[in-house]
Design a protein around this ligand. Structure first.
Ligand SMILES: C[S@@+](CC[C@H](N)C(=O)[O-])C[C@H]1O[C@@H](n2cnc3c(N)ncnc32)[C@H](O)[C@@H]1O
Length: 490
């Protein structure tokens, strides 16, 4: 496509792409970008890219348009055990150490943040299958997310061509795949079933979140995506990934991307030839207020606290309530601070009264504990909250999510159902139940819950914010529901 765009329009479009997707198109060749855009121009009903770009810049963008653009602009280059050095570090150092430490709890949580067509998370699944002999006794949570819905659809088929095995792994190929008559390789179900896939835009979507399982992660792989991102968006995404990691967890990026990672809580560690980033939080509270009234807090001004400069400004305001402070801390990923703060408040108040009068604080406490993988404590608070307010669906919903993390599927289904009994319009409970039942293979019931989710969402305006869904918009949850329905059933 020939470029007829003014420099100003190109500059504005670059900013748009950076804000929505993270991409830094310091394109030498704008024609290359316009070529990639061609299918989207057609899909949006235009005949020329200039009018299409002007339209995109002038109108609020819908989730569907984001997805169409993502399909055109993302690059789906991946293969099994791609960065062999990282996989070696996982195999020889990181996973053995986690497995050793968790011999009692027996749980591991891994997230591939730009999983493309699935080769990377499935490689992790194969690795864990090899490393843990009694895998059935473990709770493995392996999540793959990506912005490109076509890639995500391919993950479900788990059917790969020879080209996906470029890193020479003949033994693994033989052991874990079955060759089809068409020459393609089908991944064995025992590995396939270990991974869950979701749509997630690293730049725009909310995480860490109990809702999509991006909380309390031991290892995040985010390989070969930062190379496409601007510096500012790398910093934005790194901050959120650091929040999603458990203390002592690891972020792994492709070797060429390691120089991009700079965050006070992520310490670069060299293991062999590979650099990985270990979460070691530097933040600490010096003093916690003694009363429940709005009080200025004394905070250590370590580098990590530069990140919460916004909360310091708010703290200075006399009208700031404890709940506002806690929400800010929660949003900034300072879960330990939230927990310590509420525990301190609880020391000065009757627990029952506190549960009655501070249900929002208790929900933040539960979510913070869950994000720190203190699941039995989180469950304990859910039970107390449910006991005090039997008609509140929110703690039931959180309990269902936590039971799901504990792989107690029956318990989880029970509490999703109870949530829906208390509030039949709780879209996210319908959605989560649909996903859980799909995973269990209970298809007709799962489809029914997917449809119910969409029905509930129809009663919302697309821009309505669903507070129980980490402030996701109704439009976004609608798209996510449709995407997952397609991945599972079409
Ligand atoms: C080159 S592939 C890397 C795949 C895999 N991680 C690997 O290293 O083999 C880049 C992936 O990043 C995804 N991606 C790009 N921008 C993204 C965003 N904003 N959020 C989530 N995924 C994104 C693309 O869809 C693509 O699947």
């Amino acid at each position: 496509m020939i470029n007829t765009l003014s420099e100003e329009l190109i500059a504005q479009f670059h900013i748009f792409l950076e804000n929505k997707f993270g991409f830094s198109y310091k394109y030498e060749n704008i024609n290359e970008l316009l070529d990639r855009l061609t299918p989207a121009v057609k899909a949006f009903g235009f005949t020329d890219s200039k009018t299409c770009i002007e339209w995109l810049l002038e109108n609020p963008i819908q989730q569907e348009q984001i997805e169409i653009l993502a399909r055109c602009l993302t690059i789906g280059e991946t293969y099994f055990f791609r960065d062999i050095n990282s996989f070696k570090v996982l195999e020889e150092v990181i996973f053995p150490s986690i497995i050793n430490k968790r011999s009692n709890d027996r749980n591991i949580r891994v997230w591939c943040g730009a999983c493309c067509t699935g080769e990377e998370p499935y490689s992790v699944a194969i690795l864990l299958h090899q490393l843990i002999p009694n895998l059935k006794d473990w709770k493995i949570s392996l999540l793959g997310t990506d912005i490109n819905t076509l890639f995500l659809q391919k993950t479900k088929q788990a059917r790969y061509k020879e080209w996906s095995f470029r890193s020479e792994i003949p033994e693994l190929k033989k052991r874990y795949f079955t060759k089809n008559s068409d020459g393609q390789y089908l991944l064995n179900p025992e590995i396939k079933n270990m991974v869950d896939f979701f749509y997630l835009n690293l730049v725009d979507d909310k995480y860490p979140s109990l809702t999509n399982g991006t909380n309390g992660i031991d290892v995040i792989l985010c390989n070969n995506v930062f190379i496409y991102f601007s510096e500012q968006q790398i910093a934005n995404v790194t901050k959120k990934l650091a929040q999603a990691l458990i203390e002592g967890g690891y972020l792994i990026v492709a070797s060429i991307e390691s120089s991009f990672i700079q965050h006070p809580d992520l310490r670069p560690c060299r293991i062999g030839n590979t650099i990985v980033f270990k979460k070691e939080s530097s933040s600490n509270i010096k003093t916690i207020p003694q009363t429940t009234s709005s009080t200025a807090l004394t905070i250590n001004h370590t580098p990590a606290f530069k990140a919460i400069a916004s909360s310091e400004i708010k703290l200075a305001s006399p009208s700031t309530s404890n709940l506002d402070i806690l929400k800010l801390w929660y949003l900034e990923g300072h879960y330990k601070m939230v927990i310590e703060f509420i525990e301190k408040l609880l020391k000065n108040e009757n627990e029952t009264e506190f549960l009655k009068n501070h249900s929002q604080e208790i929900l933040l406490l539960i979510q913070s504990l869950a994000n720190q993988v203190k699941l039995s404590q989180a469950l304990n608070w859910c039970d107390k909250a449910i006991e005090i307010n039997k008609i509140d669906p929110a703690p039931c919903y959180l309990k269902a999510l936590i039971l799901q993390e504990l792989h107690d599927e029956q318990g989880s289904i029970h509490f999703f159902q109870r949530t829906l009994y208390l509030n039949p319009n709780f879209a996210l409970a319908e959605f989560s139940l649909a996903v859980l039942l799909s995973r269990k293979g209970v298809n007709p019931e799962a489809k029914h819950h997917f449809k119910n989710t969409l029905k509930i969402l129809e009663s919302h305006h697309p821009s309505d914010i669903l507070w129980e869904a980490d402030a996701m918009s109704a439009e976004k949850l609608t798209k996510m529901t449709k995407n997952l329905y397609t991945i599972w059933y079409e």
